[in-house]
Design a protein around this ligand. Structure first.
Ligand code: FE2
Length: 97
């Protein structure tokens, strides 16, 4: 599927409605195979990232939130969101869009 088709498919925002935390919890089922330093589910990565940034930048609450949500796009790996292959989802550039 081409990028334009994917953008059209997912930009409708009609797949599901959930809170940020509910989305984080879905990542408890996802391990990023492309990250050799991380064998833990992605929810661990999100929480560790947010906590590390909170420690280093305690007054930048928007940055804590950014760290918490930066990989939520990885839900696309889950079957109920299309079950896309890891190579199509885990790239940091793709995750920011
Ligand atoms: Fe990440």
């Amino acid at each position: 599927m081409q990028v334009k088709q994917m953008r059209k498919k997912f930009s409708k925002l009609d797949k599901m409605e959930m809170s940020i935390w509910e989305c984080c919890e879905l990542l408890n089922e996802v391990v990023d195979e492309s990250d050799p330093d991380l064998d833990e589910p992605q929810i661990q990565h999100l929480l560790q990232s947010a906590e590390a940034i909170r420690k280093d930048y305690p007054d930048q609450d928007w940055l804590h939130l950014t760290a918490l949500i930066h990989d939520l796009g990885k839900v696309l790996l889950l079957p109920k969101f299309g079950g896309l292959p890891q190579w199509a989802v885990v790239d940091e550039y793709i995750n920011t869009y």
